[in-house]
Design a protein around this ligand. Structure first.
Ligand code: B4P
Length: 202
């Protein structure tokens, strides 16, 4: 990854769009490491809520385990809370928005917090490869004696993909219409994809 680390000359804000297992979380972590951006992952926030045993966590756990999307008001509230409680600049919105209503809400929040969206980056991957990636992640976690994500199994992935195509894929045209869409082939090696993303944010 040498040569990809760069201090940005100005604040950059990007959305990572893509199906489950496309590499949103993987690439967001590399953008944090290489460019000092702040990752806002609604998936991580929801898993934290679940692990904390809070009332919210209990409500969302079953929805996630079914591979469905959590309601818009919950995830919009989580993102708003994070933006309200940070002085950080330069965000990666990872897994948010996932519906047109969330995209509209994010647009309003960005205006409210005076944040400019630079790009919505689509990670393009064939559905076929996603099953392998998710099952691989489950196997790795198991081998390391770590908990396996409750939604990392083939049956739930089918539901997650259905939700993606029905509710999230329309965001590609939405951001294309706003002139901020960038598409990246995310079928290759993690490092090669990271290089392309670094070039976009730089
Ligand atoms: P998320 O946590 O966002 O999970 P995801 O989309 O399934 O995974 P992600 O895309 O980040 O995985 P990654 O590629 O990094 O959401 C989980 C659930 O939370 C949702 O199903 C939903 O219920 C709920 N939720 C979250 N946000 C929501 C919202 N806004 N609205 C409503 N509900 C919401 O990793 C996959 C694996 O692939 C890893 O093992 C990685 O190492 C591997 N991998 C990545 N890139 C690779 C590559 N190029 N080659 C080989 N392997 C690769």
């Amino acid at each position: 990854m040498q040569g990809d680390t760069a201090t940005l000359t100005r604040t950059v804000n990007v959305i990572l769009l893509g199906p489950p297992g496309a590499g949103k979380g993987t690439q967001a972590e590399l953008l944090v490491k290489n460019h000092g951006l702040v990752q806002l992952s609604t998936g991580d926030m929801l898993r934290e809520a679940k692990a904390s045993g809070s009332e919210l966590g209990q409500r969302v756990a079953q929805v996630m385990e079914r591979g469905e999307l959590v309601t818009d008001d919950i995830v919009i509230g989580l993102i708003k809370e994070k933006l309200s409680n940070t002085d950080a600049k330069g965000f990666i919105f990872d897994g948010f928005p996932r519906t047109l209503a969330q995209a509209d809400a994010l647009g309003q929040l960005l205006e409210e917090f005076d944040i400019k969206l630079d790009a919505a980056i689509e990670l393009k991957v064939d559905d076929k490869i996603l099953v392998q990636r998710i099952l691989h992640r489950a196997a790795q976690a198991k081998a390391a004696g770590q908990p396996v994500r409750a939604d990392d199994n083939e049956e739930t992935l089918v539901q997650r993909l259905e939700a993606y195509h029905a509710q999230t894929a329309p965001l590609i045209a939405y951001y294309e219409g706003k002139g901020v869409l960038k598409s990246v082939d995310a079928m290759g090696a993690i490092d090669a994809i990271a290089k392309e993303l670094s070039a976009i944010v730089s």
